[in-house]
Design a protein around this ligand. Structure first.
Ligand code: UPG
Length: 459
């Protein structure tokens, strides 16, 4: 039955024009799924990673840094739609500061680094079929951005969602587009290869890639890390940050007991009853930022040697075919994380960087912080924190979860520089010039209320 399922899925991908590397990667995952593999990494099979090298200890000459950044390409993951914030287009099109969105700030960072280091430094976006058009339309306002003949984007693959009961490709005539899903950001490697971009970069003389999430404005081009990576000779490196009590989401690296291999464990690979270990910042003190470096030549050699299949661990994602309808057909989406490549490159390493390299926007809580005076925007497009610790923000998800509701109620961010925590419970609309100091909670008044212009909230 499932052999027929695999053939049907492969045929569906061939008919849709999906590239051969992506079909081969999918096929391997399909076999793993069939064999009962869940992808879960148990706590008793790993040791915590406790002593990664520190960026602060790195001593690189200016010449080394310049040489390495001169051979680097910046890649941003931009396939996601920001659905958790109610968006139906690329999250990077969302305005962040002074009328500029994530893309504008990313471009500003890249152009500034080009000038500072006299580097070619191409910017490449990994888009999905949903984000490519809008993103490229926006980038058209930067005619100076393209480098030589390199494209500004490549589009990631799509794969069939599989029926949970018999692993055949699901059929959903009501909306056939829902029969497909993106294979997660582990698709970066087959997408780079299948699109021809990997070869184009090597031909143009580039050697290193720095990849990061499009919604992480902290991951600006960094010549010191490029220099460290080049000097290390490692095929691959992950940037980590020291964890705080608020860092509950995202993955962490660990050492596999069986063979001493450094591996990534993401949330989706953790059993629900072991989430307490996963989120314990004392047990696993560093988290994985998803800022990665790899050697393009080594990647290409490895892909050729392994017939396009890197062999990343499987992430088995159980959903329903229509994510908005929990009674629709249950499906399995086979996915992988790009950071899991740490276990497939021999000699892969990691480095602990400053918190300034990790400024993700997953929720409107984080968007509020970036829009506030906690951060200064430099003319190189970087957001620099002007406080030692950021206030903890918690906006009532009933009224602020989607960007639309959030923007209606908080058109201008209050001053949060002197705040330690800011909780909003209930439906408040904020005027201009509001200042928050100390620990402030606005309790649910049971009705829509207004915080008048210039109000000082002190706790
Ligand atoms: N994305 C794609 N294509 C996909 C899936 C995601 O481009 O098929 C993009 C998405 O737009 C976003 C980025 O990938 O910019 C990251 O995705 P997201 O879902 O926000 O993060 P997670 O996959 O949950 O976690 C990643 C790493 C994890 C790390 C965390 C840091 O897997 O190890 O701790 O990022 O934010």
């Amino acid at each position: 039955m499932s052999e027929a399922g695999l053939q049907a899925a492969r045929q569906k991908m061939i008919d849709a024009g999906v590239s051969t590397p992506a079909i081969e990667v999918f096929t391997r995952f399909y076999h793993l799924l069939e064999s009962g593999e869940t992808g879960v990494i148990r706590e008793d099979t790993i040791e915590p990673l406790l002593d990664p090298p520190m960026l602060a200890d790195v001593d690189i000459t200016d010449a080394e840094a310049r040489e390495a950044i001169g051979k680097t390409v910046i890649i941003k993951l931009n396939g996601g739609l920001g659905t958790s914030m109610g968006l139906d287009k690329a999250k990077t099109l969302l305005p962040v500061r002074d009328g500029m969105n994530f893309l504008d700030l990313i471009v500003q960072q890249v152009l500034a680094a080009r000038e500072r280091y006299d580097a070619r430094l191409p910017l490449l976006l990994m888009n999905s079929f949903r984000t490519d058009e809008d993103t490229l339309a926006h980038l058209a306002r930067y005619p100076e951005l393209p480098v030589e003949d390199l494209p500004l984007s490549f589009v990631q693959n799509q794969e069939p969602k599989l029926r949970a009961d018999d692993l055949t490709p699901v059929e959903w005539p009501a909306d056939p587009s829902l029969e497909w899903c993106p294979p997660g950001h582990g698709d970066l490697y087959p997408a780079l290869e299948g699109s021809g971009v990997l070869d184009a970069l090597l031909e143009a003389g580039f050697r290193y890639a720095c990849v990061s999430n499009g919604d992480n404005l902290g991951a600006a081009p960094n010549a010191t890390i490029a220099g460290w990576f080049a000097r290390s000779g490692a095929p691959y490196a992950a940037e980590l940050c020291r964890r705080t009590v608020n860092d509950k989401k995202g993955g962490h690296l660990a050492i596999r007991k069986a063979d001493g291999q450094l591996i990534l464990r993401d949330t989706a690979q953790t059993a629900p009853e072991e989430m307490d270990y996963f989120t314990d910042e004392h047990r696993h003190p560093f988290f994985h930022t998803n800022n990665l470096w790899f050697d393009l030549q080594n990647l290409r050699d490895t892909l050729v040697e392994r017939n396009s299949v890197l062999g990343l661990p499987l992430i088995r994602n159980e959903k329903t075919v229509d994510p908005t309808d929990s009674s629709s057909t249950p499906v399995i989406q086979v996915e992988s994380a790009m950071g899991a490549a740490i276990e497939v490159f021999e000699g892969a390493t990691a480095i602990c960087v400053g918190r300034d390299r990790f400024l993700p926007v997953k929720t409107t809580n984080e968007l509020l912080l970036l829009r506030s005076d906690v951060y200064n925007l430099t003319d190189e497009g970087k957001l620099v924190a002007c406080t030692d610790t950021s206030p903890e923000i918690s906006l009532d998800s009933r009224y602020y979860k989607t960007v639309q509701k959030f923007a209606e109620r908080i058109p201008q961010a209050p001053s949060l520089r002197k705040a330690t925590s800011f909780r909003v419970e209930g439906d408040y609309t904020f005027g201009t010039g509001v200042v928050v100091k100390g620990d402030v909670t606005l309790p649910d008044a049971g009705e829509a209320s207004t915080v008048e212009d210039g109000t000082r909230l002190e706790g």
